[in-house]
Design a protein around this ligand. Structure first.
Ligand SMILES: Nc1ncnc2c1ncn2[C@@H]1O[C@H](COP(=O)(O)OP(=O)(O)OP(=O)(O)O)[C@@H](O)[C@H]1O
Length: 422
């Protein structure tokens, strides 16, 4: 599915390669975490798969194609099978949620009927049912990321690349996003995700490819964030949340949490507070309180040194923030609902909708006497000629059937809906 053969990437003006003689294969349906210190080459790895960058040496195959032999003109076609999600969401700010997701499909020329069925279905899948009309600034960070994921998967890509998709999100929301990505992967999509989130990697136990200074220094199945026991087990992290913090969080959890129930929210809030504590400990102020001292200890223990292979020194892999705990991952409610329609059903529905919304050519002399019985004609019965057909030839089938007022919006218009007109 994805294969790197002796791939080196050296950016112009850089002496040291961002990726150095990489050889790796990712199979169909895998969920792979790319981990490594900042600057180790994770984003470069993803950009090469996307053909946003070219390797300086070596060859890359994605979905059976040698990327070196895909012409620039054909790159957009190649990318139709890939979805991408970034840390900063990259939504179109002046477009609604619906339009952000529909945009991908419009660009690749999907029919209007297909878009009308695929976009709501995908928004439902990512837990954004009913939010299609919102603008991005009216959404939370987690919701914006779900829009970005919806946009990435709406075309049913075979591969989903995610570059720090939870980097800007709080722990509970991050857990929800991971539940969603896990679900997308369970549906057969290969997922490759670069992350610094130790909690997520430790909890999910998927394949981990670790980069250090452009080299692959670890490639393990069902692995954790760090390769050595120095990692503080995520379970211990949660257990370390003091009771008084949980009690305080229960007091403040209140109602209105949509993603988790109140108890889970309370526990998560407490864990969040605990997770944030290390940054306090890292500040210039001395650790005066018991909580700060505990946080400081934790912060030190979370700087996970990774055992160097043989004698080579290796950059330590450290989590950016000890955010997501196993409890959050387990308690996070699925944001999706089961898609009820198979591809065949969706395609059939799209065809029917497209037929109902497209204008029809009616040759002179075809159709019934009252014109209302006129149907799309292949011209075979040109001799049953209604004079009145001319009067309705410009109408869509939906208009003829009384499903929509004549003269309403047409193909390509934004808000057209098929339905009773009164
Ligand atoms: N466009 C570029 N031009 C020059 N050097 C680059 C470019 N992009 C990345 N680099 C360099 O390549 C190396 C790998 O960068 P890359 O962004 O792939 O790392 P990363 O592991 O994704 O880092 P982070 O975790 O901080 O996102 C770094 O030394 C970086 O400075």
């Amino acid at each position: 599915m994805i294969r790197f053969d002796s791939v080196t990437k050296t950016y112009p003006g850089q002496a040291k390669p961002a990726l150095n003689d990489i050889g790796v294969e990712i199979l169909r349906g895998e969920f792979v975490f790319l981990v490594g210190a900042s600057g180790s080459g994770k984003s470069s790895f993803l950009r090469l798969i996307l053909k946003e960058e070219k390797p300086s040496k070596g060859t890359i195959h994605v979905l059976g194609q040698n990327l070196g032999s895909i012409s620039t003109r054909k790159v957009p076609y190649f990318r139709r099978d890939l979805g991408v999600v970034f840390q900063d969401f990259r939504l179109l700010r002046d477009k609604s949620v619906y339009e952000n997701v529909a945009f991908t499909l419009r660009v690749i020329g999907k029919s209007r009927g297909y878009i009308h069925s695929a976009v709501p279905e995908t928004l439902k899948l990512v837990g954004l049912d009913g939010k299609g009309k919102r603008m991005p600034h009216e959404l939370s960070g987690g919701e914006q990321q779900r829009v970005a994921i919806a946009r990435a998967i709406v075309n049913k890509p075979q591969i989903l690349l995610a570059d720090e998709p939870t980097g800007n999100l709080d722990p509970v929301t991050s857990a929800g996003i991971m539940t969603l990505l896990e679900r997308i992967n369970a549906g057969g999509t290969t997922v490759v995700m670069a992350t610094h989130e130790a909690g997520i990697v430790n909890e999910m136990r998927r394949r981990v490819i670790e980069l250090s200074g452009g080299d692959i220094v670890r490639d393990e199945r069902s692995a954790g964030y760090g390769s050595v026991d120095g990692t503080l087990p995520a379970e211990d992290e949660a257990a370390d949340v003091p009771d008084d913090m949980i009690a305080a969080a229960v007091d403040t959890a209140g109602v209105g949490s949509t993603d988790v129930d109140a108890a889970a929210a309370a526990t998560a809030a407490a864990a969040t507070a605990a997770a944030n504590a290390p940054s306090e400990a890292a500040s210039a102020k001395p650790a005066k309180t018991k909580r700060a001292a505990r946080a400081k200890k934790r912060a030190e223990s979370e700087a996970v040194p990774v055992v160097a292979p043989e004698t080579e020194p290796r950059e330590p892999v450290t989590a950016a923030a000890p955010k997501v705990t196993p409890e959050m991952m387990q308690q996070s409610q699925p944001l999706y609902v089961e898609p009820e329609a198979s591809d065949e059903v969706t395609d059939a529905a799209a065809e029917i909708t497209a037929a109902a919304t497209a204008s029809i050519d009616i040759p002179r002399g075809s159709g019934g006497a009252d014109g209302d019985r006129a149907e799309a004609s292949d011209g075979d019965d040109a001799d049953t000629a209604p004079a009145a057909a001319d009067a309705t030839a410009h109408l869509t089938l939906a208009e003829r059937l009384g499903l929509r007022a004549p003269g309403g919006p047409r193909e390509g218009d934004e808000d057209q809906e098929v339905g009773p007109t009164r």
